[in-house]
Design a protein around this ligand. Structure first.
Ligand SMILES: C[S@@+](CC[C@H](N)C(=O)[O-])C[C@H]1O[C@@H](n2cnc3c(N)ncnc32)[C@H](O)[C@@H]1O
Length: 277
């Protein structure tokens, strides 16, 4: 077995600790979300109204939410996650609700435990920020997803990861003379992890090592791995009237996430194989 990547080992400890602390994103799906499980996970209707019988990989999706909901919606679900504590939450929820699902501990950067074309659908909540090479993740997914299968993912936007979490009242304002702003703190091209945060926030996990992926890596990388993009949205969290430094107020300036619907091409490779960025 290969030695564990130090970044992955670090983030596994971080996520195990977040489970101990009952942090956000480590809470199981609430009862009400099981009334219409597919509606809960697919508010945009990207999955065509039913996933009954589909082989679903919930990638980097431990925590007792995605796996149980996709399984309750009729999927034949596998949850892969680096954190044993996050996967334990899936086991617990599945046992409590008598839901059948498979859990696998491992990294999104190495899906060699799965067969080619093993899944009809891959869903990935926000998590690519925890690995240096997003292209490697895409290539792994392209191998295990069948041709024409869907890959639905959500990512932290690069500018959100580059920018201060808190409002700076003395920053230069806009043309209206308003003072204050969120401050762009990090260059776009560095491949090093961004400085970890210590405070609890919805946007960053305390202590985690996270990477900025440029748009050419996030979107172009999908195309180069053999996907076509069918849709892209920026989930709306903005409220300019909210308290400065809150998620809603910051989101009025910076869309925190991007959600992408991508479909795997057939056996033919994308003609866009240029070079790896
Ligand atoms: C934001 S959580 C996603 C699921 C969460 N329950 C939610 O509601 O969004 C991100 C997950 O990514 C996992 N993770 C971090 N690095 C990973 C890696 N290299 N491979 C697989 N999973 C990883 C973490 O353990 C964590 O469970």
């Amino acid at each position: 077995m290969l030695p564990e990547d130090p970044v992955e080992a670090h983030n596994r400890h971080v996520w195990n600790r977040l489970v101990d602390q009952k942090s956000c994103f480590t809470t199981a799906a609430e009862d009400s979300s099981f009334v219409d499980p597919l509606g809960t996970v697919d508010g945009l209707g990207w999955l065509g109204g039913s996933i009954a019988g589909q082989r679903v990989l919930c990638l980097a999706a431990g925590g007792g939410r995605h796996g149980p909901l996709y399984a309750a919606a009729g999927g034949d679900v596998t949850v892969l996650d680096i954190s044993d504590a996050m996967l334990e939450l899936d086991r617990q929820v599945a046992a409590q609700r008598r839901i059948s699902l498979r859990v696998v501990q491992g990294s999104m950067s190495d899906l060699s435990m799965f067969r080619p074309n093993e899944f009809d659908l891959v869903i990935q909540p926000v998590s690519t920020c925890y690995v240096r090479d997003i292209g490697q993740v895409y290539r792994q997914i392209a191998r295990v997803l069948r041709p024409a299968g869907l890959y639905v993912s959500q990512h932290k936007s690069p500018v959100s990861l580059q920018t201060s979490l808190t409002w700076n009242p003395t920053a230069i304002g806009d043309h209206t003379g308003t003072c204050g702003g969120y401050v762009l703190q990090r260059d776009y091209y560095s491949t090093n992890p961004i400085a970890p945060v210590q405070q609890r926030t919805h946007l960053r996990e305390p202590g985690a090592q996270e990477f900025v992926h440029r748009w050419e890596q996030m979107i172009g990388g999908l195309c180069r791995a053999g996907f076509v993009i069918e849709d892209l949205v920026e989930p709306f969290h903005a409220d300019l009237a909210a308290d400065p430094s809150s998620l809603a107020h910051r989101s009025a300036f910076i869309a925190p996430y991007v959600r992408i619907k991508a479909r795997r091409l057939g056996e033919a490779k994308s003609s866009l194989v240029l070079r790896d960025f």
